[in-house]
Design a protein around this ligand. Structure first.
Ligand SMILES: [Mg+2]
Length: 186
């Protein structure tokens, strides 16, 4: 089955954070808090996925207030911080939404993502993922983690599902469209 056929089935996109939604770098402050950067294009893609009726989720090994805020801002449906075994929330999610494994996409960058990537229907690696992760992926983004790789995957899925007309209609009609446009334009 080709990438497009796999992408057509996707109803839930699960994302890793460090090295995937961020570039993997962080600044450690003297008080122990950390700063990381996100890509606005990824955020817009996540909002578009939501408008297209595709669920989004984050599963991450770390606990971060910044990520928590990003989850709320982008209306990400499910957030699992501080997770060691990423397969557990994966099973929880497919049960919650009544999905088949083939209806789930996962994007990651490193070995900790490998097990769950082997379970989903459409696995994706960021452009600078570990070589082993690239080897097991259905889709390898040209863009790097924290530099639009997530947006590239979402665009690919939305293209495959021909969701753009629906997204543009919803952008015009939803009650909070001004709020969404503000986030997209920020
Ligand atoms: Mg990672």
């Amino acid at each position: 089955m080709d990438q497009k056929e796999l992408a057509r089935k996707i109803k839930l996109i699960i994302m890793d954070v460090d090295g995937t939604l961020s570039d993997g770098r962080f600044y450690m402050l003297p008080d122990g808090t950390t700063l990381k950067s996100f890509d606005v294009k990824d955020g817009t893609g996540i909002i578009f996925a939501g408008l297209a009726g595709i669920k989004t989720a984050i599963i991450t090994g770390k606990v971060s207030e910044a990520v928590q805020k990003r989850v709320v801002e982008l209306q990400i449906d499910d957030y699992y911080p501080g997770v060691q075994d990423k397969t557990a929330p994966f099973f929880e999610l497919i049960k919650k939404y009544g999905l088949k494994k083939e209806e789930v996409a996962y994007i990651g960058d490193d070995i900790g993502d490998a097990e769950v990537m082997g379970m989903v229907g459409f696995s994706a690696a960021v452009g600078d993922a570990h070589p082993l992760i690239k080897r097991i992926s259905h889709y390898i983004a040209k863009r790097y983690g924290g530099r639009g790789a997530v947006r590239e995957l979402i665009d690919f899925i939305l293209d495959a599902q021909e969701k753009w007309p629906e997204i543009f209609t919803r952008l015009k009609s939803v009650a909070n469209s001004d709020e969404i446009m503000r986030k997209i334009n920020s």
